[in-house]
Design a binder for this molecule. Sequence first.
Ligand SMILES: [Ca+2]
Length: 631
Amino acid sequence: MNTKRIVALFAAVLMLVCLFSACSNQPAATTDNSASSSNTTNTTTDTKTDDKKDTTTTTTPDAPAEEDIETITWLARDTGENYKIWAEKEGENALLMKCVENQHKYGFEVETSFSAAEVYTTTVTSLGASGTLPQIYGTYGAIDSTTLVDWTNRGMFLSCTDVLAESTGNMVKAFGDDGLYKWARAKAAHTDGDWYIVMITNDPARYLVIHEEDGPLRVGVQLHGIYGLMTRLDWLESLGLTMPQNPDEYYEACLRMHEEDINGNGQKDERIIIGLGTAYQQQGIGQWYGLPYNDFFSDPSNGKVEVGMLYPGFADWATYLNKFYDHQLVYNNEGGHPWVEVANYLAENNVISWYVQANFLWSSGRSNTGDDNCNYQPMPIIAAVDGVKARIICQEATAAEWGISYNSANCTPKTAAKFTDCVYSYEQWFIRYYGIEGKAWDYEDDGVHIHDYTLDEGYEKGDIDQQYLCNMDNSWLGFLGYFPIPYFKDLWDPEARIYQSAQEAIDAGEPYAEAGIAREVWMANNKVDYDQPNWVQLNNVAQYGEKNINVACYYDFETLPTAEEAEIQGDLASDLKTYVQEVGTKLIIGDYDVANLQQYIDYAYDNLGLQQYIDIQQARVDRYMKAMGLY
Ligand SMILES: [Ca+2]
């Protein structure tokens, strides 16, 4: 295919976009995937040759003749603006041409129409009403779950079991019975026992399986994804203090930093940020008291759906934080989602603590506070209540906020399998992570490991032309852009690893090893003489012992609701979730009294359908766990 054809195709596509989506000029909404995806991009290979796997075995079928190239229609959840920029660069769009070449290898070429995220649901719904849906389009996370379940029940999607049967191998490697992404198939489990959605995954190359007393977590967690109550060690040290070891020491230390104006701006503005007044208020200190990160999320080892106020530590948590509120050590309606809000608040250089992945807050502090000495470090793991296990949030190494389905009216299982085999192919993996062979990377002598030229000593941005690099600006890559390109580092990486304990990971040089960087180099690059906070936190886990921790999840894993479940949950969710959150907030700010906690709980049972909501959510989680073969 030549570039003129791409441009012609694009023109056709643009017309379609106008028809579909009233030509929205707004950029696509940012997705909530930034938290984990941002951590997958710097991973690289090192030159170790031990323990390597031969992942170069690809299942690409023999290249078909040109007349056998099928056109597959795909509706992207994207404006197409970035794609347009690249498509128009004649002779300078090697990565895009490579993507097309890869499609040809699998016997098709995608014909993409675009619909921006904001109008995607409307577009799909109206195309559905007029019977003009493309062969493949985004469903999970893209159209509402009631519609999705209804359309599944009406037979509008191909059975993924049937699609899998036509796979030449890659889809089986990912989603087959023993596939790496069994978890994603479980998430897509339908009540009829089949599945109708292929998730667009978000996985780094390496992860850790945490084994609690009651068994392993349902999915692995990121090596760099362990959260810590990150606290200003530089401020503590300037007061002659060390890292607090328990809630009382922490409170006293926070009070001193506040009273003694530790940031020296003449105001007693030093405080902690926990997202009080938001859905995230149980983060951090809440984990000391055994609370889940979010209400109605499930315990990642046993799948039990959790609500903070039903936990024995809830009253103590609220009482403890009430002291902070009374001393202006925490404000109401401040903070929120840790990944979204951090930089803004840190800029005022008055935040004592925040709860998020360790390195992230450390580096955010160094770049946003304007204070060269800023050093956020993770506090030890703390259990504040007798008989209640300490918790920490360990962010899952597998995530899928989006999924695609195949239109049973105009797509065959064979066509769907071609598309999916290409999306999850070794060839696509290269353009996602390394760019163009011979330009941005080459194989090492062993023919397995990869030499990434951008990591060579002395490499500077611009040395390799952008069109050859995976991380080009104005990228058309992305979860649901011109062609779906997942984060699937683990599927083909010769350096992929799964560790069964934090100590095993540390012994293997993690978390430095996953970034392909030695400890000494990391220190030199960052001009510090101490270990990175992710390493400290991994050691905290190893020393405290995984079995002694009741890990809390960042992502929830459950199947879609049935139509009936969706209706009931839809009716209850808003009032119930608002109320449950308000109980915590009002206890902390003193509007409610902990002595009356049982009354507040009873109100939710009696008037807001608390038990009914939990039961339905539990049924959805149970279906997921069953599909995983766990319970
Ligand atoms: Ca101050």
